[in-house]
Design a protein around this ligand. Structure first.
Ligand SMILES: Nc1ncnc2c1ncn2[C@@H]1O[C@H](COP(=O)(O)OP(=O)(O)OP(=O)(O)O)[C@@H](O)[C@H]1O
Length: 413
């Protein structure tokens, strides 16, 4: 009996000891539980705030896009932006004590000093050398997105060789240019529309070299390609390869393929990419599932051939022919813009393959953004003046109200 009582007492003692040592653990557990539920509340709050901020951000983005679109309507759908690239170390060294030829007065004006004369130019936006690819895209993103509503948009980079046209349109690795950013924007807009619309993207890449069109997505070299007009006035190139785009991976593969084929043809012709116009086109068909209507728009991204004058390039033979062809098509572009500005009854689109191809985007119903790319180098001041003058002339052109292309039926291109 005694032994049993002793062992019960011992067990009680052990239990109370165990309870005592468990008590702080229980307390700690309770505190941890309270902290966890506090953290959970905080997380829920943060998530809520994040969703609210995201929706406010989307709203601001939509309002900004609408403002830009309204501005485009008011301005007659043509905008000219000017981008000055940074100076290289060599160009800075060449300045010695000479002041830099380009002075950016503000975001809409630039002054160029050439020898002893000074010229002032006004644009819709001037980008300083330090401004990045995202700053440029901010200015063109809304126009890009408008192809989903059935508008035709053309974004061109104009300027002499080495002024930053390819940098702006394509961009080096890690600094994507307008092309990749445009597709990213379009995919993101399409995702937002996914519950009510069916959106399809196709693309083509061609170059115009010496007035000959080359399909950069086709394995067949030396195809005879021509620009034709559909009965509705839209332009197309029969036989041109179209590729479906449905992710950034497909965009990357397409851009790489176009660049590889361009490099091959460049080597074959013993010339450099800057001697041809590169036209990357995105075609969209956006079907409204409620009404069944389809908006068809297209976006041309054009990296124009270098605009240097014959006198400066001191060329002969094949180079002379190339330069003449480039000058002819750039002059044709200037001629089209001039005719639009003067509201002439006849606009000479047929004077070059480039202007013929872009006719349904330039001609009255499209939205055009020209980016004039400028070299800040002292030795380029003469060419830069010509570039800036060209840009200013284009800015005076009037394209009238942009038109949406809406039809009924299934999306196709
Ligand atoms: N905004 C910029 N920021 C940094 N570097 C730039 C910028 N613009 C151009 N560059 C650099 O300047 C050089 C010339 O640019 P780019 O090749 O784009 O000129 P381009 O006008 O397309 O010439 P081309 O007519 O020969 O194709 C490149 O080395 C490019 O990386």
């Amino acid at each position: 009996m005694e032994t049993a009582l002793a062992s019960v007492r011992a067990a009680d003692g052990a239990r109370s000891e165990a309870e005592q040592s468990i008590a702080p653990l229980q307390q700690e557990l309770a505190e941890l539980g309270a902290r966890l539920s506090e953290q959970q509340n905080l997380r829920e709050n943060w998530e809520l705030q994040y969703r609210e901020l995201q929706s406010a951000h989307n709203q601001v983005k939509k309002e900004h896009s609408k403002l830009v679109r309204d501005m485009l309507e008011l301005k007659g759908n043509i905008r000219v932006l000017c981008r000055v690239r940074p100076m290289t170390a060599q160009e800075t060294g060449a300045l010695k004590n000479h002041p830099a030829p380009i002075y950016v007065r503000d975001t809409e004006a630039i002054t160029l000093t050439e020898k002893t004369s000074r010229h002032m130019f006004a644009f819709d936006r001037v980008f300083l050398p330090h401004e990045g690819q995202q700053d440029v895209f901010k200015e063109v993103g809304a126009a890009v997105a408008s192809i989903l509503e059935g508008y035709n948009v053309c974004i061109m980079a104009y300027g002499q060789t080495g002024s930053g046209k390819t940098y702006t349109i394509c961009g080096p690795p890690g600094e994507p240019g307008v092309n990749r950013r445009a597709l990213q924007e379009l995919f993101s807009c399409a995702a937002e529309l996914a519950s009510t619309h069916e959106v399809q993207f196709n693309a083509s890449i061609l170059e115009i070299y010496n007035e000959t069109i080359r399909d950069l997505l086709s394995p067949v070299a030396d195809q005879k390609l021509e620009v034709k007009e559909n009965p509705d006035g839209s332009m197309y190139v029969p036989g041109l390869t179209l590729q479906t785009l449905d992710s950034m991976a497909t965009v990357e593969a397409l851009v790489q393929k176009g660049a590889a084929n361009r490099a091959v043809s460049a080597t074959r012709m013993n010339e450099h990419s800057s001697r041809s116009h590169l036209v990357f086109t995105v075609y969209v068909a956006c079907k409204d599932n409620t009404t069944g209507t389809v908006a068809r728009g297209k976006l041309h991204l054009v990296d124009l051939a270098g605009s240097e004058r014959l006198s400066r390039s001191l060329v002969e033979g094949d180079r002379l022919k190339e330069t003449q062809a480039i000058n002819k098509s750039l002059a044709a572009l200037g001629g089209v813009m001039q005719a639009l500005q003067a509201k002439l009854p006849h606009v000479p689109y047929r004077n070059s393959r480039l202007t013929r191809l872009l006719e349904d985007s330039l001609g009255g119903h499209g939205r055009v953004i020209m980016i004039v790319a400028c070299s800040p180098a002292l030795e380029d001041a003469g060419e830069t003046r010509c570039t800036l003058e060209f840009g200013e002339r284009v800015r005076k052109a009037e394209l009238g109200q942009a038109k949406r292309h809406i039809s009924t039926g299934r999306p196709s291109n």
